[in-house]
Write a protein that binds this ligand. Structure first.
Ligand code: GCW
Length: 637
């Protein structure tokens, strides 16, 4: 049985006992009608009701995707800008339950802060020999693809679309940004598969996007080149895009990972990223599509001996000089941090450096570096902190919006760890409004998913779980002390002598990456004032990012008053203890679904085991390097 996640029948109970009138046109409006009927409510659609109703939902008022919610004289009104707005207004009423039909309130205006609220799937069509069906997927197989084929049964996709619509997501890319041979053909002879999936998303107001390979004119079209200025290449893309829109008129557009980790791109032809992105943007523009061109570009074959190359600098060095050259429908999609989805990174300076480019900020709901859905780690506080730092949310809102890598697979719980559902829910809600409080989002999710009564334990377990994860893993923002390849569990030196550019430089005296202008790689200069100065100086650099920006002695004293090495010991002992408390807290929870309770218990056992392993490896490593004993005499090996 597939989990109903945050839309179990009980969540729609208040609707089920009401008489509703719906007016409007289009697939999302019809979805609302079906939802009300399925919940047991009485619904009149585009007709004059025979009896007074308690609930009126009407579209054609106000801005796209927005709605006004009001209760007056005992009637609840959703007045929406369009079909999507109506759907979102409906789900807002679901969230409120009986409260939406109680005392009068409003009118309240609601509209999404981000115009695009997107999930990217790193799903492979064919099983990849190393990465499997879903790259960095921790929730089983793909809900779209099975061993080279489109799944016969796509009801899971409809159920997914429904869950996403309830959070406000309006775009999904259905295949991995690493586009292998089978996936590349979705653009051409496997377009029917894409159309079939788009049919499942459309009723929920979600547009379908595709990751494509920059080399397609060569690999699919048989041309001798994919050079973006070659007229034959230009017309190949124009024809390919026209065929897509012929089949899927509301197709969203492309996602492209180019010249990154081995994916083909414009560099092969001496062209830059703007040339590449604009080629696709121009092909998509007449049809209203966009290209999301990823800024995750760096040298993944660097020599670890070479101290002048700094992976953190790469995205800015490649993209900032191109500001102003991208078409309006070419969106530069930037990972939130300069390296790679670590539990703690500064905001990527690229986000602050391209005022004349439409940007999207990319997050990772799939927990590649945050416990791989074996650890409970509620990421909304991290996303909220990043989005609310120095106008990041405004930049994304004026640009394109936010994107995240999905954490969903064919697992009965959708997300492997049942509590990881909270991350998927929270991402949609923060995309809708980055000012929402992560704790309030958790309340919504807890009430919808489990009914009343579970808020308190879930807050106790999840509120600080991201900081807990941070505290027992790589310290003070240095990142990447993970096992190479699969990235689960500790390996302090696992990446130290590799070509990946993810180093910590620990020696007997100190640790951290000197990214200062004065003595290091100069990365701090990529930030505008005051941030370049704040990060440049150890005196002002925030503790949690110290080792991201500086190489300091173990005896360096943090703002907190502790030395670096003592902080490492303290945070790792505290983190492992916090994981134990999470487990104990869950033991006290009673759930009607015993199997679900047991599943979370088992996962918390693994989290405790893993947190101890992290604690002991990190502490032992730094004790052996530094020779400095723990001030409290705790056990280090
Ligand atoms: O974090 C890294 C992952 C890769 C991924 C890459 C990316 C899809 O380890 O698996 O490739 O990021 O974002 O492109």
């Amino acid at each position: 049985m597939v989990s109903a996640a945050w839309l179990p029948p009980e969540a729609l109970r208040a609707i089920g006992s009401r008489r509703a009138v719906v007016r409007g046109e289009g697939p999302p409006v019809e979805t609302v009608v079906r939802e009300i009927a399925a919940a047991g409510g009485h619904v009149t659609f585009n007709e004059t009701p025979t009896a007074p109703a308690d609930f009126y939902l009407d579209s054609g008022y106000g801005s796209p995707e927005g709605f006004t919610l009001q209760r007056s004289d005992g009637v609840t009104y959703v007045r929406a800008g369009d079909g999507n707005g109506l759907l979102y207004g409906f789900f807002e009423v679901v969230r409120r339950g009986e409260a939406a039909f109680g005392a009068d309130f409003g009118p309240e205006e609601h509209r999404p802060v981000m115009r695009r609220r997107m999930l990217d799937h790193w799903d492979n069509v064919a099983v990849h020999p190393v990465m499997g069906q879903v790259e960095r997927g921790y929730s089983g197989g793909s809900i779209f693809w099975d061993n080279g084929k489109l799944r016969d049964d796509l009801d899971r996709v409809s159920a997914y679309a429904r869950l996403l619509a309830a959070t406000g997501i309006n775009a999904v890319a259905i295949n991995n940004v690493n586009v292998h041979a089978a996936e590349a053909r979705l653009l051409t002879d496997r377009l029917d598969d894409v159309a079939t999936i788009a049919d499942r998303f459309r009723p929920y107001g979600i547009r379908t996007h595709l990751s494509v390979s920059f080399a397609s004119p060569v690999t699919l079209g048989g041309l001798p080149t994919a050079d973006p200025v070659d007229p034959a290449v230009v017309s190949w893309w124009e024809r390919a895009v026209a065929a897509v829109y012929d089949r899927i008129p509301d197709f969203g557009g492309f996602v492209v990972k180019a010249d990154s980790e081995g994916q083909p791109g414009p560099f092969a032809y001496g062209r830059d990223h703007a040339d590449g992105a604009n080629l696709l943007a121009d092909a998509l523009a007449p049809h209203g599509g966009v290209v999301h061109w990823r800024a995750f570009v760096y040298n993944h074959r660097q020599d670890w001996r070479d101290r002048s190359t700094d992976r953190a600098r790469a995205a800015f060095d490649h993209f900032a000089p191109l500001d102003g050259r991208f078409r309006d429908n070419a969106v530069v999609q930037v990972k939130y941090g300069p390296i790679d989805f670590q539990p703690r990174e500064p905001v990527s300076p690229v986000i602050l450096a391209m005022p004349n480019t439409r940007l999207a900020v990319e997050f990772q709901v799939t927990q590649e570096y945050t416990g791989q859905q074996k650890h409970a780690c509620y990421l909304a506080p991290q996303w909220s902190e990043l989005l609310n730092w120095n106008g990041v949310a405004d930049i994304a809102a004026t640009g394109d919006g936010v994107v995240a890598v999905s954490n969903v697979g064919d697992d009965p719980q959708w997300t492997g760890h049942p509590l990881a559902q909270a991350n998927l829910y929270a991402f949609g809600r923060l995309a809708w409004n980055p000012a929402l409080d992560p704790a309030a989002i958790l309340d919504e999710w807890a009430d919808l998913t489990f009914g009343p009564g579970l808020r308190e334990p879930l807050h106790d377990i999840l509120d600080d779980s991201w900081r807990t994860y941070e505290s027992y893993t790589a310290p003070l923002g240095v990142g990447f002390m993970v096992q190479p390849g699969h990235h689960y569990g500790p390996s302090v030196d696992g990446y130290e002598y590799t070509p990946w550019g993810t180093y910590h430089f620990a020696d007997r005296d100190g640790v951290g990456v000197d990214r200062t202008v004065a003595t290091g790689t100069g990365f701090t200069a990529q930030y505008p004032q005051p941030w370049c100065d704040v990060y440049e100086s150890v005196a002002t650099c925030p503790d949690e990012l110290l080792l991201f920006f500086h190489h300091v002695p173990y005896t360096h004293v943090l703002h907190s008053g502790a030395t670096v090495v003592q902080h490492i010991y303290d945070s790792h002992f505290a983190g492992a203890e916090a994981a134990e408390r999470m487990r104990t807290r869950w033991h006290d929870v009673t759930l009607p679904d015993a199997a679900l309770h047991a599943k979370v218990s088992d996962l918390l056992d693994e989290q405790v085991r893993s947190a101890r392993e992290w604690r002991d490896q990190i502490n032992t490593y730094f004790y052996r390097k530094s020779g400095v004993p723990d001030a409290h005499g705790r056990r280090i090996y």
